[in-house]
Design a protein around this ligand. Structure first.
Ligand SMILES: [Cu+2]
Length: 308
């Protein structure tokens, strides 16, 4: 078992160990007593079964002891839960958005990222929101998980204690692309985080995900590849391979029509996907208006044009 790397994680681990310890001890006790009584009261030694009327002391003991045990487990869990509810005032605030099927994060200074970039050793407050349906932000290494609910703000806080890159999942089934709703939580030391938040460097994992402004990197980083492939096989949405210059049938305002895939069509399909929906595919793509920057749209359009 790898250790927790956040302040709250240690509490979670300890709670698990206490509960598993109590369960293991009780299991051993019950099995040992079962074996002992089976042997001791076996039929050839005690051929006559006796009716037992009741035993006040025994009955009281096996009622009171388990109550004390479960109350202890509850109290231990409550301590950790209470800590999770009290967000420190000086916490660094980040807005987190879930949408089918990608996470995005907004920082106080207007920075946006598809990875959760965190300052080492500083309490972080995540304000969770969803743009479509219930998702759940889950970072196993920090032992934190919280639902992102549309129209509602949920808060999650923790202090990352070890620098590094950790998996971040969606833990609430949210449709076809759910299993690909994965990104990274990147914990950086002070200088690294400062340099990143001032826009001087890219976060280590973001570099991997989006090499500069290449269309290919952006498609991955923005989660587009959860629905659109570049190898010719349609997924939730049409494949992007070889579509430029072709004619496709789309539904526009309830009416079917044929359009040529040109630059304008590609741009419109990114910004307002609902305006022309390719026949045979569900109208579920989230609009990218205000999400993608102008130069990002250009890079993606260029990339799709080149996918022959
Ligand atoms: Cu999800």
């Amino acid at each position: 078992m790898s250790g927790a790397v956040s302040n709250l994680g240690k509490n979670t681990d300890a709670t698990f160990i206490v509960i598993i310890g109590i369960c293991a001890a009780l299991f051993a006790l019950i099995i040992a007593l079962t074996a002992y009584f089976t042997l001791k009261y076996r039929r050839n030694k005690h051929p006559l079964a006796q009716d037992i009327e009741g035993h006040f002391f025994l009955e009281t003991t096996w009622t009171v002891l388990p109550v004390i045990l479960v109350m202890f487990m509850f109290y231990y869990g409550w301590l950790g839960y209470e800590k999770r509810r009290e967000v420190p005032e000086d916490a660094y605030t980040i807005k987190a958005f879930g949408q089918m099927w990608v996470w995005s994060f907004e920082y106080g200074n207007g920075m946006q990222a598809s990875t959760l970039n965190l300052p080492l050793g500083r309490p972080v407050k995540l304000i969770l929101n969803s743009r479509d349906m219930i998702h759940s932000l889950y970072i196993p290494a920090f032992r934190v998980k919280q639902d992102a609910v549309p129209g509602m703000e949920r808060v999650l806080w923790f202090t990352p204690e070890v620098a590094g890159t950790y998996d971040l999942f969606c833990a609430e089934y949210c449709g076809t692309g759910h299993s690909r709703m994965i990104t990274k939580a990147v914990v950086m030391n002070d200088e690294e985080f400062k340099a990143w938040s001032e826009g001087k460097t890219e976060a280590p994992a973001a570099q991997e995900a989006a090499p500069s402004l290449s269309g290919e990197g952006l498609l991955k980083a923005k989660g587009c590849t959860a629905c659109h492939t570049t190898d010719g096989k349609p997924l939730v949405g049409p494949t992007l391979k070889g579509i430029f210059g072709t004619k496709v049938r789309v539904t526009t305002g309830g009416k079917e029509r044929e359009v040529t895939v040109d630059e304008e069509y590609l741009r419109r399909s990114e910004l307002e996907p609902a305006s022309d929906v390719v026949v045979g595919f569900p109208p579920i793509m989230p609009p990218q208006k205000g999400v993608l920057k102008e130069e990002e749209i250009d890079a993606i359009v260029d990339y799709i044009k080149g996918l022959k």
